[in-house]
Design a protein around this ligand. Structure first.
Ligand code: AMP
Length: 504
């Protein structure tokens, strides 16, 4: 009965006939079966249609992570709608921009935000869903009894995810049914997910990682999830002996390593630890292997492309790299329109069924980044070694140009991170009267250490003078967003005047 809806048919296939099987385990709450998940999603779809949702309409959602929010995602797609999840950290002013830009038919928010959202979304129907999975949306769904998913094809939109937008306005990445289904199918096979798997799901579901990689892969595989509202070291360590896999951002792994309960015995039943959304330090990979016997599998992707590269499941997982382009994904590295030689750094471009349909109502932006022949310019700097492993060096806008020379922050960061007494570092370019930009290193030390002098010695031995920092700042921690990405823009703002106002 789900055949006509491209994405839903695929997400449902592995659990058909297995309705009584558990999809989600939740701490202190009843497990949720596949049958219950999909039948509640149908009721949500019916409720949304009752609120006026027509095929192609956006349903904007800013709610805490609950199973009901997953049902809402599935229900929106069943209704033929376009799911538009929003980071729970966004303020009302930020949500106002998304509502104005995407003109959703329905906005679902936490009841505590109801008045604020009403004031900025007068043209939408507003429903509520709280952290306990209750609210007017669930009440409306409870009045329904099933729904035949609306017919939708491969190229129809299933979701719009706004990029975090480190420069300028946030852009809505339009993702089709096929973008999502094809990528999750590839990942399920590449990472060997099946009905025997139990995935620890502790990522937020307003982002591609937790919503599409974790949720869609688990559903496609007919696997179980341990569904946690957020990262919680106790709950993850508690679940590990019964689980088989974890998907996390690098900070999951560094935080778990700080806990002495993490050891080989606890990780014995696990078969796969996956990291992505931000670079995993080589040190973390090595320390994780020493402690648990497992090599973390690092993969790379972005909102616009879903997942593009992954270290192999069978085969060498190389720390500091993101592995190979996934099956069906083409990758090339270019500078000023020319492909670079092997090992050289340039901008990574990808093409395949994974690549999005363009930015919502931004044809010029789309044309700049998504070429007519299907190649998408990721804006990430990368290189490919002679074995085909891809290494991400950072965003091209984080590239530092000092005195006319290029400095790739990762090269400097990797050396600094090796210095005794250094926990981690971020290297940025700051306006400088003489060089245009100069290199600044922001360093987090271990304990009370002051590794600044040692850093200068190591860098002087290994790097050309222009790559060496003109200033090193010690900080307690680096600013990160919810996905664990270091906020280099925020750092650049904090140190903007370190060489004097405007570099003078
Ligand atoms: P988002 O669209 O929020 O998923 O952010 C995508 C960006 O995260 C990419 O363009 C990369 O800059 C970064 N990213 C994702 N995975 C990795 C990784 N494994 N290593 C380095 N950077 C990554």
């Amino acid at each position: 009965m789900y055949d006509g809806n491209y994405l839903i048919a695929r997400l449902r296939a592995a659990s058909l006939g297995r309705d009584q099987h558990v999809f989600a385990h939740r701490p202190n709450e009843n497990p949720v079966s596949f049958g219950a998940l999909f039948s509640k999603a149908e009721d949500m779809a019916a409720a949304l249609v009752g609120m006026g949702v027509q095929p192609g309409d956006r349903v904007a959602v800013q709610v805490e992570k609950t199973i009901e929010a997953i049902e809402l995602y599935l229900g929106t797609v069943m209704a033929g709608g376009v799911f538009l999840p929003l980071n729970t950290a966004y303020t009302t002013a930020e949500v106002a921009y998304f509502v104005e830009d995407a003109t959703p038919r329905v906005v679902v928010c936490d009841p505590v935000r109801l008045d604020d959202i009403r004031s900025i979304a007068q043209d939408a129907v507003i429903a509520t869903l709280d952290a306990a999975g209750e609210g007017s949306l669930v009440d409306a769904a409870a009045q329904q009894s099933g729904f035949e998913p609306v017919v939708r094809g491969q190229d129809d939109l299933a979701a719009i995810l706004y990029t975090s937008g480190t420069t300028g306005r946030s852009k809505g990445a339009m993702l089709s049914h096929d973008n999502l289904a094809s990528n999750s199918e590839v990942l399920k096979d590449y990472w060997d997910f099946g009905v025997q798997d139990v995935l620890i799901h502790a990522l937020p579901i307003f982002h591609t990682h937790g919503l599409f990689v974790a949720t869609n892969v688990a559903l496609l595989a007919g696997a179980q999830v341990v569904f946690l509202a957020k990262f919680d070291a106790d709950a993850i360590l508690d679940a590990m002996p019964r689980a088989t896999s974890l998907m996390g951002v690098p900070t999951f792994y560094t935080r778990l390593l700080e806990d002495s309960r993490l050891d080989r015995a606890r990780a014995q039943n696990m078969r796969l630890f996956i990291s992505g959304s931000a670079p995993l330090l080589v040190d973390t990979h090595v320390a994780w292997h020493a402690r648990t016997g497992h090599r973390i599998l690092e993969r790379y992707g972005m909102t616009e492309t879903n997942m593009s590269c992954s270290n192999p499941y069978d085969g060498a997982r190389r720390a500091g790299t993101v592995g190979f382009p996934l099956p069906g994904v083409e990758a090339r590295i270019r500078l000023k329109g020319e492909e670079v030689a092997a090992g050289e750094i340039g901008v990574l471009e990808v093409r395949g069924r994974n690549v999005f349909q363009g930015y919502w109502q931004m044809p010029e932006k789309t044309a700049e980044e998504l070429l007519p022949d299907g190649w998408f310019i990721t804006g990430d700097l990368a290189s490919v070694d002679s074995d085909g492993y891809v290494t991400i060096v950072g965003r091209d806008k984080d590239l530092i140009i000092t005195g006319g020379f290029n400095v790739y922050p990762k090269e400097v960061e990797s050396l600094i991170d090796e210095v005794a007494g250094v926990k981690e570092s971020a290297v940025i370019g700051i306006a400088h009267h003489d060089f245009g930009e100069a290199v600044v290193a922001v360093v987090v030390a271990e304990g009370d250490a002051d590794p600044r002098a040692a850093i200068l010695v190591v860098l002087a031995e290994n790097l050309a003078k222009f790559k060496q920092p003109k200033h090193i700042a010690l900080v307690a921690e680096l600013p990160r967003n919810t996905m664990g990405k270091v906020q280099k823009k925020a750092l650049r703002e904090s140190y903007a005047d370190v060489f004097g106002a405007g570099g003078h």
